[in-house]
Write a protein that binds this ligand. Structure first.
Ligand code: NI
Length: 280
């Protein structure tokens, strides 16, 4: 879709709300990866922790690169690393001005590397943490739809989190689940798989969800979109996700960029002391 506007014009700015910039897949060329993203109009990106060590690294990267923000948390597959000391350190990291979310947290019944009961305990502890520190959450849900929604539902009604809700990262549920997620005030994260030919159910969903609840993500270095599938993913490729979302909805990529960037600012950047971009 041609627009006549350069990729970095204000109307076309994208925010990659989920990547793992600290992973060693980026060790050789991290500076170039960030520079290429900014050049491609990806003016902010959120690098996500999966345990306390990667959370520390995420904060260090946010300090090093202006365009990079951090989320800190313990992934369900890392839930065995959870201790009171980790809880305390995440709370300390969350006070950093460039930490914009707690995540990724959730439940993973696909790998079940950690017994589900323990995953639940760690998930709930971090939801409490997020409410305490006033940050939104980035949710990982793999083959655990009903349980994740139920836990989040309880959290929303108990903690009264208001507009500081969160995102279901790389949403993989059906239309009925999407309805429940939207009712909870949450956002739906869309990644590289939306560019795959056979992702018909996801295509139908992305075409009909309200645009003011969509976020675009890469999950780089994973989930590389077409036509780069099989290679390492990187944040600049979030534009391919936005382009496919635009095609599916029959709107311009600028409209998707404007809406998803606005959504990302509303969810992640509202109450932080750093306010990127210009007010809309
Ligand atoms: Ni991830």
């Amino acid at each position: 879709m041609r627009s006549g506007q350069p990729a970095n014009s204000e109307a076309n700015v994208l925010i990659d709300t989920h990547l793992h910039l600290d992973f060693d897949a980026f060790d050789a060329d991290r500076d170039e990866v960030v520079a290429r993203a900014v050049e491609a109009g990806v003016h902010q990106m959120i690098t996500i922790g999966i345990n306390v060590e990667t959370s520390r690294r995420a904060v260090a990267l946010a300090e090093r690169y202006e365009a990079v923000y951090a989320a800190v948390g313990v992934h369900p597959n890392e839930a065995h690393t959870w201790t009171p000391e980790v809880d305390a350190e995440l709370r300390a990291l969350a006070a950093h001005p460039k930490v914009v979310a707690i995540g990724e947290i959730g439940l993973d019944y696909h790998w079940e590397r950690v017994p589900p009961e323990h995953q639940h305990l760690v998930f709930r502890a971090q939801l409490r943490l997020a409410a305490d520190v006033g940050l939104p959450v980035v949710i990982h849900d793999r083959e655990a739809h009903d349980d994740v929604v139920r836990v989040v539902q309880e959290w929303v009604s108990e903690a009264g989190v208001g507009t500081r809700t969160g995102v279901f990262h790389c949403f993989s549920g059906d239309r009925e689940m999407a309805g429940r997620v939207l009712d909870l005030g949450f956002y739906v994260g869309v990644d590289g798989p939306v560019t795959f030919k056979n992702a018909r159910r996801l295509h139908a969903l992305v075409a009909e969800l309200p645009l003011d609840r969509l976020l675009v993500e890469t999950d780089a270095p994973f989930l590389t979109p077409h036509p780069y599938r099989g290679r390492r993913n990187e944040p600049a490729h979030v534009r391919l996700v936005a382009q496919r979302v635009a095609e599916l909805r029959g709107v311009s990529v600028e409209e998707v960029a404007r809406a998803t960037s606005h959504n990302a600012r509303r969810l992640f950047f509202k109450l932080t002391s750093v306010v990127p971009g210009r007010p809309e």
